[in-house]
Design a protein around this ligand. Structure first.
Ligand code: CA2
Length: 151
C-alpha cells in the first residue's frame, strides 16, 4: 500500500522557536507547530513524522528515510538552506514530492539569507507566512502527492 506518512523536517535552532527573536519568528513554539501540523495532516488523511535536528548529517539521513518510506517531505532547513550542498544533493535524490518552508521571508532579510542552496531541489517553496506556512505546505503537498499518484 502507498505510504500515507509525510515527513516534516526542521533544521538548526528551530527548537528555540517561541523563546527568542519573537519579532522575526513569532511566539509559537515548535511543539505548538508539531501539534497543529499533526492535527491538519489527520484531517487531510496523512500521518506526520515531525522531527528537528541541529546536525546536518542527521537531516540528510532523515531526507533519505523520507525518500524510502514517505509519501512526501516538508523541510525547513534553517540556516543550512544557505550553505548546504549536501542537503541539496540529498533532496535532489529524494523521490517523493518536496516542499521547502521558511517562517520568515528570506528575501526581505540579510543579504546572506537571500539565496537558498536547497530550493532548486524541491517542487515548491513557502515562506514568510509564519507558523501557518506549515499548514499551507501540507495542503500543497497533498495536492502534489495526489496529482503525481493519478498520473
Ligand atoms: O525563516 C525560516 O524559517 C528560517 O529557515 C529560520 C532559520 C534561518 O537561519 C533561515 O535563514 C530562515 C533560523 C531558525 C532559528 O530560529 C530561531 C528561533 C528563535 C531564536 C533563535 C533562532
Amino acid at each position: 500500500m502507498a505510504s500515507k506518512t509525510i515527513y516534516v523536517l526542521n533544521g538548526p535552532n528551530l527548537n528555540l522557536l517561541g523563546t527568542r527573536e519573537p519579532e522575526i519568528y513569532g511566539t509559537t513554539t515548535l511543539a505548538d507547530i508539531e501539534a497543529a501540523t499533526k492535527a491538519r495532516a489527520q484531517e487531510l488523511g496523512y500521518a506526520v513524522e515531525f522531527r528537528q535536528s541541529n546536525a546536518e548529517g542527521t537531516l540528510i539521513d532523515w531526507v533519505q528515510e523520507a525518500s524510502a518510506k514517505g509519501a512526501g517531505l516538508i523541510i525547513n532547513p534553517g540556516a543550512y538552506t544557505h550553505t548546504s550542498i549536501a542537503l541539496f544533493d540529498a533532496l535532489t535524490a529524494a523521490k517523493p514530492p518536496k516542499i521547502e518552508l521558511h517562517l520568515s521571508n528570506i528575501h526581505a532579510r540579510e543579504a546572506f539569507r537571500r539565496h537558498s542552496m536547497t530550493a532548486a531541489a524541491v517542487d515548491g517553496v513557502i515562506m514568510g507566512l509564519g507558523a501557518a506556512g506549515y499548514r499551507f505546505a501540507l495542503e500543497a503537498l497533498k495536492s502534489l502527492i495526489e496529482s503525481r499518484t493519478a498520473s
